[in-house]
Write a protein that binds this ligand. Structure first.
Ligand code: SF4
Length: 355
């Protein structure tokens, strides 16, 4: 693998970061974070989180994690400016595309995690709060085949007892690590994999998630994990109003999930915070132009679609899941979906809701 020093200045501005690989139009840069285990206090989420990469090559149009790359890139840009470096590679691309094509790899992540776990306060906190891997990146994106950072992290976690570990992914590559997931569980840790799947329509998935694994391959991965008795939740998230929310689409989706023997299903409607909005709304204008006005209205005053829509969506999932004999919402029912909502005026969805 080629390694060359290039423009990505690190957060201190003290040195440039090496480019550690290329894969077609994607470049990988070694990132040197101070820590890799994010505390609930640092993120405002109710759990610890680990993100082995910054950026994600799967390139989902609705991705909410683009903010993380922009934030990292801005820090690097400003550090580079101070140290006299110029022409950061992210500048070649619009930020939404840099997120997908300029991936930062946290090669030291396993080592940093081992160090963090050696601290008694961290070790003790982790006995009470979950660790989620992949809250702002996909830990099994193509980079993982090459860099194996997620696998290194799991190897460190298998030295622990009494943890609750969740992995969020769209990739069947997670099945490569079944050996470690089983070992984790054998050591009295709770393990669950959350596979994200918003449609079983392959062509539609390709438009929405251009480089992500096919729905079929994700369903096969779920079945494989379940065959090893690993808990698998399916995140039908986000449900895209007017695009993936038709009754027959939800029926087909939940039916296939039930066949794969997933442990439970979660669903919630699209939220559009600023970085996601900046990519998603232009995407809708070009790919689904007839929906553009309705999206603009529905998300005009809030990052959430109306409460009425969300309630109907939930009702629909509850009843379809019941019919197919799969649990709904085990982890998601108290996720704050109904909280802090400023009402958005409307979304005339295919759920046939009142406007
Ligand atoms: S897989 Fe997840 S992190 Fe990656 S682009 Fe899609 S939504 Fe974003």
């Amino acid at each position: 693998m080629r390694e060359q020093t290039t423009f990505f200045g690190d957060a201190t501005g003290a040195r440039a970061l090496p480019m550690v690989g290329e894969q077609k139009d994607i470049r990988y840069y070694a990132s040197v974070p101070r820590s890799v285990l994010n505390s609930p206090t640092a993120t405002g989420m109710g759990f610890w989180s680990i993100n082995p990469y910054v950026g994600c090559a799967f390139g989902c149009a609705y991705c909410y994690a683009r903010y993380a790359h922009r934030y990292a890139a801005e820090r690097l840009n400003s550090a580079a400016a101070e140290s006299g470096d110029t022409a950061l590679p992210v500048d070649e691309l619009p930020p939404w595309l840099a997120f997908e094509r300029r991936i930062m790899v946290k090669r030291e992540a396993p080592l940093l995690l081992r160090r963090a776990l050696a601290r008694p306060a961290v070790h003790s906190a982790l006995q009470h709060e979950s660790v989620v891997i992949g809250t702002a990146t996909d830990p099994y994106q193509p980079a993982e085949r090459r860099f194996r950072i997620t696998r290194g992290i799991l190897e460190v976690l298998t030295t622990q007892h009494g943890l609750s570990v969740t992995i969020i992914t769209k990739s069947p590559l997670v099945t490569r690590d079944i050996d470690l997931l089983v070992r984790l569980r054998e050591r009295a840790n709770r393990v669950s994999v959350h596979v994200s799947l918003i449609t079983v329509d392959r062509e539609l998935a390709r438009r929405l998630e251009p480089r992500a694994p096919t729905p079929e391959s994700r369903l096969r991965a779920i079945a494989r994990l379940r065959a090893h008795d690993i808990e698998v939740g399916v995140n039908c998230m986000p449900v895209l109003p007017g695009i993936t929310d038709a009754a027959d689409q939800i029926e087909a989706l939940v039916g296939r999930i039930a066949e794969s023997r997933a442990s439970y299903v979660g669903a919630c409607a699209l939220r559009l915070q600023s970085a996601a909005r900046a990519r998603y709304l232009p995407f809708i204008e070009s790919e689904f132009p007839t929906l553009a006005d309705r999206y603009r209205r529905a998300y005009a005053r809030s990052h959430q679609v109306s409460e009425q829509y969300r309630a109907a969506l939930r009702e629909r999932f509850v009843s379809v899941c019941e019919r197919h004999g799969v649990k709904f919402g085990r982890y998601y029912e108290d996720d704050g979906d109904a909280a802090d909502v400023v009402e958005s005026p409307e979304f005339p969805s295919q759920l046939a809701l009142p406007l």
